[in-house]
Every structure is written in structure tokens, then in C-alpha cells.
Design a protein around this ligand. Structure first.
Ligand SMILES: Nc1ncnc2c1ncn2[C@@H]1O[C@H](COP(=O)(O)OP(=O)(O)OP(=O)(O)O)[C@@H](O)[C@H]1O
Length: 272
């Protein structure tokens, strides 16, 4: 469980990135922070692994305050995936994935065996890719390696900051579905940052639509937010995604279906 308890962040130059934010992401669930550039998503995410400490308020990981934990140890036990994948360019794919286990004293052979397993888990052919360098991979493959590396220490928590933002829409869809598959297998507690409404609705158990200062405009499931946007700001923000929905007859019931054919609810629930 991750709990943000009235966190506030003011940077030294006076910028208030987060005004007053509270949220609980239950264990094994995906919480999505959705909002446009600069609204404070990354700042919130980085409070979990102490790359940023709140000015006031606290982030709790289970029953422990993040600020009571050693930042280095914390970062090793929390997976972190960034938009750029953040791989080390002069290390092979296998070495990149094995970085944390090696730092924690695993022997090389065990760490590499685990790296191979993880590469397969994220849908890569370890046999042909493990010895390559990051520059010899496609953008989508690099992001998969980034996910494998984040999973290497078998963390309970995964932080994902626009992890699929730099790849084309088709690859992005593949990666999103791969993440759903991995999540159904591993059940991590995930905080996922995005400004893409479709991505948020596909992946999130709970979605928070944020305004500047990480103010929560609305929180809820994709179905709740789409059916009843809290105000004009939310309605406008999710407008495109809403329009991409259509209805279909499913077993005699009128179902609301997204562009991928995913059932998002039933028409009768949407009345009003
Ligand atoms: N180290 C810093 N010093 C001063 N201001 C900062 C710092 N880091 C972030 N900010 C500011 O805090 C606000 C929130 O930034 P943050 O990176 O959290 O937003 P974001 O929603 O993740 O944006 P993006 O989607 O563009 O990454 C912005 O106004 C940003 O300029």
C-alpha cells in the first residue's frame, strides 16, 4: 500500500509543484496520475522513492514513512521505469537488467539467469538480445528492457513515469497490453504517470485527473470518470477518449466498448 497524506512540495525557487495531495493506492492495484505537463505528476511519483521529499505531509509505504527509510535502499527495492528507459549505454542488455541484483551481491551467473527470465517475461527473445547494447535495440525494445530491469529486484512497488511516451502508437499499445499481462501475473502495486487518457483508462484500477499543483479534479475508475465527469475541466480533458467509445450488442445487452473492443461498461449505467 502506498499512501500520500496531505503532501505539499515547494521547490527552493518558490514553485509549488504539489499543493495538498492525498491518495491511497491499495496493494496490487494500479493507480494512475493523469494530467497535462507540469501539473506535478512526476514530483508525486518521486516522493515515493525519495528522489523528492515533501516539504510537508508524508508518503507512507505500508506502515512506514518513506522519509524514515534510507533513500538508496528504498530505490533498490522499488522499481522505476522512465520515459527514456534510462539504460546504461556501455552495458549489455543482460547487465542492465542485472544491475540491482549484482549490487546486492548476487553472483553473476544467478543474476544473468534471472535477467534472461525477466527479458522473456517482458516479451523479448533473451537468446538474441541479452548481449546487445541499448543502442542496438528499437525504442520499444528498450522500454521493455527498462521494465525488466525495474522488476529485477522483485519489488512490491513499481513507479512508471510516462514509460511508453517515446514510442509510436502501435508499439505503445503492445507495451500497454504486455504490462496488463505482467500485472495479472505479478500483482505489483503500481503508480503510473501519463498524460494519455486512453492509456490511463486502459491501465488504471483508479485514475486521478490532476490540475496544476496536483489538485485532484476527479478520481475514480475509468467507467466512473467517463460516465460522470466531475466538471468541464475533466469533460474536456477526457473528451477525445469519450468520443472513441461506441456501443455494441453483447448477448442482448447494449455494452459500451472502447476502440480496442474492451468492454468499459453497460449503456444502462451510462444513462445521464
Ligand atoms: N527541481 C525543481 N525546481 C523547481 N521547480 C520544479 C522542479 N521540478 C519540477 N518543478 C516544477 O514543478 C511543477 C511540476 O513539475 P512535474 O515535473 O512534477 O510535472 P509533471 O506533471 O510531471 O510534468 P511533465 O508531464 O511535463 O513531466 C512544474 O511547474 C515544474 O516546472
Amino acid at each position: 500500500m502506498i499512501r500520500f497524506d496531505h503532501v505539499h512540495k515547494r521547490f527552493p525557487d518558490g514553485t509549488v509543484a504539489v499543493a495538498d495531495f492525498s491518495l491511497e493506492v491499495p496493494s496490487h492495484q494500479v493507480g494512475v496520475l493523469l494530467g497535462s505537463s507540469g501539473c506535478g505528476k512526476t514530483t508525486l511519483l518521486r516522493m515515493v522513492n525519495r528522489m523528492v521529499d515533501p516539504t510537508s505531509g508524508a508518503v507512507w509505504i505500508d506502515d512506514v514513512k518513506a522519509t524514515d527509510l534510507d533513500p538508496v535502499a528504498l530505490r533498490r527495492r522499488i522499481g522505476y521505469v522512465m520515459q527514456s528507459a534510462g539504460l546504461l549505454p556501455h552495458r549489455t542488455v543482460a547487465d542492465n537488467v542485472a544491475t540491482v541484483p549484482l549490487l546486492e551481491g548476487a553472483d553473476r551467473r544467478t543474476a544473468h539467469r534471472r535477467a534472461h527470465e525477466l527479458l522473456e517475461l517482458v516479451g523479448l527473445d533473451a537468446g538474441s538480445l541479452a548481449r546487445r547494447y541499448p543502442s542496438q535495440l528499437s525504442g520499444g525494445q528498450r522500454q521493455r528492457v527498462g521494465v525488466a530491469r525495474a522488476l529485477a529486484s522483485d519489488p512490491n512497488i513499481l513507479l512508471m513515469d510516462e514509460p511508453f511516451g517515446a514510442v509510436d502508437p502501435v508499439v505503445r499499445r503492445d507495451l500497454q497490453h504486455e504490462l496488463l499481462r505482467i500485472q495479472s501475473e505479478l500483482g505489483k502495486t503500481i503508480v503510473f504517470v501519463t498524460h494519455d487518457v486512453d492509456e490511463a483508462f486502459l491501465l488504471g484500477d483508479e485514475i486521478l485527473v490532476l490540475r496544476t499543483g496536483a489538485e485532484i479534479a476527479q478520481s475514480g475508475t475509468a467507467e466512473q470518470i467517463m460516465a460522470h465527469p466531475a466538471d468541464d475541466f475533466v469533460a474536456e480533458f477526457i473528451g477525445g477518449a469519450r468520443r472513441r467509445l461506441h456501443t455494441e450488442d453483447r448477448d442482448g445487452v447494449l455494452a459500451v466498448v472502447d476502440a480496442d473492443g474492451r468492454l468499459t461498461g453497460y449503456a444502462e449505467d451510462w444513462a445521464g
